[in-house]
Design a protein around this ligand. Structure first.
Ligand SMILES: Nc1ncnc2c1ncn2[C@@H]1O[C@H](COP(=O)(O)OP(=O)(O)O)[C@@H](O)[C@H]1O
Ligand SMILES: [Mg+2]
Length: 240
């Protein structure tokens, strides 16, 4: 599998404080990769480093073989990288449909608003509702829909389960699983390891800004002791 995304030796600071230390990871075409780690491990900073929101101080970010290190976010997005940020960040006064319309970038592609409504029928029902009045789960689906209408080849998804009730988390993950079958590559950040491992092909674990584990998702999912060692007891117990 050829690498769609490749980080090599990425070091990223906030001010003088080093957050990411020598982070290397890859996502292949159509592959789903989980980036796991406890709160504060550097998962969001990794996404921000890829998107040029917090440019790396050292190391390289390559997309489809091209060095895009530190490129501004709009240019990275134009290459086909979609982002579903932590906390969703909708335009709260705009309706579901208006949020989707704003996200369409006119590049064309398979994902249109009608197709998003087909895959996420709940959003079709809520097309006229203001985003600020949607539940957390509905907002997460809108955030995914919004990323899709830009027709990404790679989707960066930051903590989709955060703050959602378990049943809704299942829905969100079902949709991410479906996306996988449409050929979109996904880098998914999660604190809830077992959840992300269910749909991922491979996984990395971050601890204090360093990659401390990488391997097949199924292997890690089957090794609760390992997860406990890497991420603590609560995480290993969650989702069982
Ligand atoms: N804007 C910021 N300024 C300074 N430090 C930050 C900022 N954002 C995050 N951090 C720190 O960077 C570390 C990693 O944060 P983050 O990447 O958000 O972790 P995660 O997403 O894994 O929870 C944490 O110690 C956090 O406190
Ligand atoms: Mg985070």
């Amino acid at each position: 599998m050829s690498d769609l995304l490749a980080l090599d030796g990425v070091c990223t600071n906030y001010g003088k404080i080093r957050i990411l230390r020598d982070v290397s990871l890859t996502v292949g075409e159509g592959e789903v990769v989980a980036l796991l780690g406890l709160n504060g491990a550097g998962k969001t900073t990794t996404m921000r480093s890829i998107l040029g929101l917090t440019p790396p101080l050292a190391g390289t970010v390559k997309y489809a073989g091209q060095n895009i290190t530190g490129w501004p976010a709009y240019r990275v997005a134009r290459l086909g990288v979609g982002y579903v940020p932590e906390g969703r960040r909708m335009f709260k006064d705009l309706t579901t449909l208006e949020n989707l319309q704003l996200a369409e970038n006119g590049r064309g592609g398979a994902w249109t608003i009608p197709r998003v409504f087909e895959h996420l029928p709940k959003l079709a029902e809520l097309r006229g509702r203001k985003a600020g009045r949607l539940s957390g789960g509905e907002q997460e689906m809108l955030a995914i829909g919004r990323a899709l209408v830009a027709n990404p080849h790679l989707l960066l998804v930051d903590e989709p389960s955060q703050g959602l009730a378990p049943l809704i988390v299942e829905d969100v993950y079902r949709i991410l699983g479906e996306l996988k079958h449409t050929g979109v590559a996904i880098l998914i950040v999660e604190q809830n390891a077992l959840l992300a491992l269910k749909i991922a092909d491979r996984a990395y674990v971050l601890d204090s800004g360093r990659i401390v584990h990488s391997g097949a998702a199924a292997e890690l999912a089957a090794d609760r002791d390992r997860i406990r060692m890497l991420m603590g007891l609560d995480v290993a117990a969650a989702g069982t």
